[in-house]
Design a protein around this ligand. Sequence first.
Ligand code: ATP
Length: 363
Amino acid sequence: MNDETLSAVDVRDAVKRYGDFTALKTISLSIKDNEFFTLLGPSGCGKTTLLRMIAGFEDVTEGAIFLYGDEIENLPPHQRPVNTVFQNYALFPQMTILDNVAFGVEMRGNSKAEARRRAGEMLELVQLSQFSSRKPSQLSGGQQQRVALARALAPEPKVLLLDEPLSALDLKLRKAMQLELKHLQRETGITFIFVTHDQEEALTMSDRIAVMSAGELQQLGAPTDIYERPHNMFVADFIGETNLLEVSVDKIAQGRATCHLGGGHELTCNQVDDIGVGAKVHMSIRPERLFMSDIPAEAESLKGTVKENIFAGTDITTIVALAEGPDFIVRTSNSDRGNKRIFEPGTEMYVNMEMGAGRLLVD
Ligand code: ATP
């Protein structure tokens, strides 16, 4: 194997059990060098456990983890080319910002002068040089988080683990830090493994996302893959909003599946490899891939009545009671209002799907 094909982190059939409880059920995934990789899933799905196993704070019950081709099971945390940024910053309150950042570099056997030089560089990178001599309590939450980042980056880890590092920040600061983190990852070329339960944050920041639920990997892919082509019900429902219809598959030909709803209405959508004729599955249709009209479209149409329009600045969400099926949500971008129609509550109309918008899901 040469360096170009070597993964930064290789998790192979890793299982984690705490007594009788299995927190991770045979997870395998490869994280590429220089990648911004995100572990995404609801609380308790095992994201932190996997991160802690990579860091060396938890052992692996079964399977193995490799860092740049080397099995790391027997390496203590401080000997792994890995560093962690925690949610609560974990800065030393009595030390100055510069000393906080220099600490880890010195601990790894560098001189005090070298550690301080390196810390200075890192503080410049996160634009906090002017605060070098302050104590952590004299900085805002966002600034403290940037110090924590500088401190984790200073010893030049090959892999940086970030466990919900932005969750203590308010929404505006959080959005700004998301962009900063992404730039920082690009600038340093370090592999970032980021843990979050916030799907929007994951979509914005990541090169690839591993979606997890109940200790299992549900889907791994680029943000657009995960959003446009969710594999199963869990992923479709967890990532963004979607409309779900129960359908039966009647025919599959040339990459298209013909299905019908309970009342017999026929719809076609893209074929999905592991769903065959006769299957009773769900179809997912994203709200922004729908548009409303007083005439049915040539492609796919569902008859309904508008229940409510909800204005939210950039877009309008319309709740529609379908004649056949559950309520649907239709999202119309405010900038599209010239081309797309919005109907008053009580109006009968058709909800039309864009070509290829329907996606069958494995349960
Ligand atoms: P959150 O977003 O809430 O941090 P998470 O996805 O990171 O959740 P983990 O912290 O990895 O979840 O926990 C996964 C499961 O393992 C949970 O059900 C948790 O209760 C359990 N667990 C974690 N640590 C231990 C432990 N030391 N002993 C027993 N069970 C544990």
